[in-house]
Each structure stands twice: as structure tokens, then as C-alpha cells.
Design a protein around this ligand. Structure first.
Ligand SMILES: NC(=O)c1ccc[n+]([C@@H]2O[C@H](COP(=O)([O-])OP(=O)(O)OC[C@H]3O[C@@H](n4cnc5c(N)ncnc54)[C@H](OP(=O)(O)O)[C@@H]3O)[C@@H](O)[C@H]2O)c1
Length: 251
């Protein structure tokens, strides 16, 4: 199957996370150049790099993207575009969830989640879109969550953020389709990563019985959906949609 992603420049946030790492690996295996967003120390990308051959390691360009500092993200993105000439695909993958009853949620916890899950991704999209518009092509993929439309207790802020990023995905797709840019979302269900371990303590013990496929998902199963939406050969007529990858848990 030719996904035509070889030499495409892909920017991803949270490249060291459970799902981000799987998406990063998948793009690298397809021959893309990966601008691997991380926050804090660049050694966070060591695990990803350890999975790659020497040639593949050359495809990875670490880029410091702390979503709490959008001014610094702007500088990093402008430098990357100067260097690589374009960004073909943006994957807004970084995100955070703090599980707590809403009344006990501190304002700074609301701000932290809303920044990482919604306001920073949309600002980052604007920064990258300016360059995509000049090239009249590009694909933006937002990682949302089944919590965006099927709610659970203790995640009101996260659920609202993910719902908002899905509505943003649709509204932006409408605005930029004529410029050759597609905007879609991938919506994971329960995927085996650190994030789900932290949320699991308050989940009903029989949660997997609600899942027709009867198991949690693997990060590479989300990565496959992202590759599909990034590939012009596979999804050139798909925009403004949310691809739910949840083993049917949201049915
Ligand atoms: N796992 C699931 O079941 C599930 C389900 C639905 C949706 N999702 C979504 O999938 C995405 C990836 O989640 P995951 O499960 O892979 O979680 P994860 O393993 O905890 O990874 C989260 C990633 O986001 C980064 N991040 C968080 N806040 C950031 C900030 N302010 N600036 C920059 N980077 C930040 C983290 O960086 P650090 O390493 O520096 O913290 C990490 O790389 C998220 O958007 C999440 O909401 C996950």
C-alpha cells in the first residue's frame, strides 16, 4: 500500500507519549521527516530513537514544544519552516487529563488542561496553517477522545476540551478546504498508555464488557488511523470528520 508519505514533513506534539510515540514511529517507517515535539528535556525522545535504525534516526528532528509557552512554540515552528521549507502534516497529539470531581478542580487545573487539550493546539494550528496556506496543501489531524461525546464522571473539563477540539476540526475544515488543506480528528477510546493508567482507578471494573472488541486498544491502532488521514492517496476526499478508533466502546 503506497501512502505517499515519504519525505513529507510531519510535525507532532507529544512525540514521547504513548500514542505520540506510536504515531511518530509509523510516520518514520513510511519515510517521513518527523519534527518530534517534546517538552522539557530532549532525552524524552530517547525511547523513540532506541526503536530506530541509524538511517531512521536521521529522519527525526527534535523540536521543543511546550504548549504552555506558545510564544516559544512560534519561534520553533518558524525556524523549522525556514529549515524544511514546509510542514505537510500537523498532528496535535499532546494532551492531558486530570480526573477529579468538577467542584474540587482547581482553576489552575482547568487552565492546564484547557491549554494542553484545546487552546494551544488551535494556536499551533494557526501557526502551521499560515505556512500550509502558502503551499496550498496540508493535513491537520487532532487527537480527540471518546470523552468528547460519551461522558464519564470526573472528567468534565477534559470532556469539554475534547468536544471543543472536534467542533474546531469541523469548523476549520469548512474554512480551509478550498485552500487544499484537510482537517480531521482521530478519536481514541481506551488505549494502553500512561494516561489511561492514571484514569483507570475510577473506571467501572466491567468497563471492557461494554467494548465489543473486549480489550483496550494499542497505540499503533491509533497511529494507523492517523496515517490514513494524513495520506493523500488514502483520504484525499475526507475532511471535517472524526475517525473513532475505540473498539466500539462508545456504541
Ligand atoms: N490513552 C488513552 O486511552 C486516550 C484516550 C483518548 C484520547 N487520548 C488522547 O491521546 C493523546 C495522547 O495521549 P496518551 O495516552 O499517549 O498520553 P501520554 O502517554 O500521557 O502522553 C501525553 C503526551 O502529551 C504531552 N503533553 C501533555 N501536556 C503537554 C504540554 N502542556 N506541552 C507539551 N506536551 C504536553 C506529554 O508530554 P510529557 O511527557 O512532557 O508529559 C506526553 O508526551 C492525548 O491528546 C489524549 O487526550 C488518549
Amino acid at each position: 500500500m503506497n501512502l505517499a508519505l515519504t519525505n513529507k514533513v510531519v510535525l507532532i506534539t507529544g512525540a514521547n507519549g504513548g500514542i505520540g510515540q506510536a504515531i511518530s514511529l509509523a510516520f518514520i517507517q513510511e519515510g517521513a521527516t518527523l519534527l518530534a515535539g517534546y517538552r522539557g528535556d530532549v532525552s524524552k525522545l530517547d525511547e523513540l530513537k532506541s526503536m530506530l535504525t541509524a538511517d531512521q534516526q536521521n529522519q527525526v528532528k527534535p523540536i521543543h514544544l511546550d504548549l504552555g509557552n506558545i510564544a516559544q512554540c512560534k519561534v520553533a515552528i518558524d525556524e523549522a519552516v525556514d529549515h524544511f521549507g514546509a510542514i505537510d502534516v500537523l498532528v496535535n497529539c499532546a494532551g492531558t487529563a486530570i480526573e477529579k470531581p468538577f467542584l474540587l478542580t482547581e482553576f489552575d487545573e482547568i487552565d492546564k488542561q484547557t491549554t494542553a487539550n484545546f487552546t494551544a493546539p488551535i494556536k499551533l494550528t494557526q501557526l502551521v496553517l499560515k505556512h500550509m496556506m502558502l503551499n496550498r496543501k496540508g493535513s491537520v489531524i487532532n487527537v480527540s477522545s471518546v470523552h468528547g461525546f460519551r461522558f464519564g464522571r470526573g472528567v468534565a473539563v477534559y470532556a469539554a476540551n475534547k468536544s471543543a477540539i472536534e467542533r474546531f476540526t469541523q469548523a476549520l475544515a469548512l474554512e480551509v478546504g478550498r485552500n487544499g488543506i484537510r482537517v480531521n480528528a482521530v478519536c481514541p477510546g481506551m488505549i494502553e498508555t500512561k494516561m489511561i493508567q492514571s484514569l483507570q482507578k475510577n473506571m467501572p471494573p466491567d468497563i471492557l464488557k461494554r467494548c465489543p472488541i473486549s480489550r483496550p486498544g494499542k497505540p499503533h491502532e491509533i497511529a494507523n488511523a492517523v496515517l490514513f488521514l494524513a495520506s493523500e492517496t488514502m483520504s484525499s476526499y475526507i475532511t471535517g470528520t472524526t475517525l473513532v478508533v475505540d473498539g466500539g466502546i462508545s456504541i
